[in-house]
Design a protein. Sequence first.
Length: 354
Amino acid sequence: IEMALKGSDEDKFKQLCTKTYKDQAIWFLNAYWHTFGKEKAETLWNFTHKFNQLDLQNHEAGSALDELNAHRFLEAFKEPLTVREMRDLLRSSGAVAQSYKFTEVPLTHFLVTHFKVDFKQLVNASQGDNKEEVEKAQRLLDEVITLLDASESKAKAAAAALREAEAREAEAKTKESEAKTREAEAEAAKRELEAALADLKAQEDAYNSKLEELRNKSENASSVVAQNKAKAELAQALNEPTMPLRKARITQEAAVKKADKTRKAAADARAAAEASTQNAIAAKKKSAEAKDEAEAAVEAARKKVDEAEAYLDEVKSKPGNAQGALWWIERELHEKRAFLPTSKGGYAKKNLPE
């Protein structure tokens, strides 16, 4: 904020009204710090941030509200004055010419009429003789803001990544478990089919062995009676239906091959699921490391807040300072503490009136 305005008192008033809401408020605080400014500092803080909030186009970079939002501001704080009455007071005080056409409402217009101060005294008020120290305090605040913004961004990103990694890990483990179950079921089904196939082959082998034994007896038995008996039994065995048994064996062999393919597919799915689980665990580890880095960034920001507050305490103890500007920087530091975890000195913010 500049230490002096130029030109006539009316010109100075116009210049003051073109400053940002924050700079207008700080100028006002510096001017009246030792009379009522210190007591009303928090009120000015709330007024200023409501102006920022209602200025939908420029926000903190703005200097004046349009008439509609000025009315909303007055309603929010239950101000008895209307915008028209405020303008009449400014004209009667000489702050603006009688012919001046109002198009917007700067914060200074409201402050002058609300606190009933002399605009000439305001525009000519000393802004302190510690410009360099105020600028250093502002630089420390800017560093705090940069660190906090970065740490908050890192913390949010790390927390989101960790949540996603944990969800992926849980999903991968579920799929891995399901794949293992399917593989076990496929293996059991294959073993059952293989046992049935072995039984069919045993029946077929037993039949073929019986035929071979009867053929041998029919040809090599020691007596004609024994040979004839073996021939009769062989004829009977040969007349037995063997096609169903052969067909059942062929069908069972096909079923075993199909079950083996199913088992292999289940094994491949299980291996893929295990790999996914390992990838998810690795991602979770990386996310946890990012979370640690974010916490370190938050700690660095906390230390910078402490450093800035310590410097402000030192500067405030000196006489002749721009106490309003220093209070404002300190108040912004306090506001920034809300972005720190409560374990590191943070706190819950309160909302402004609607």
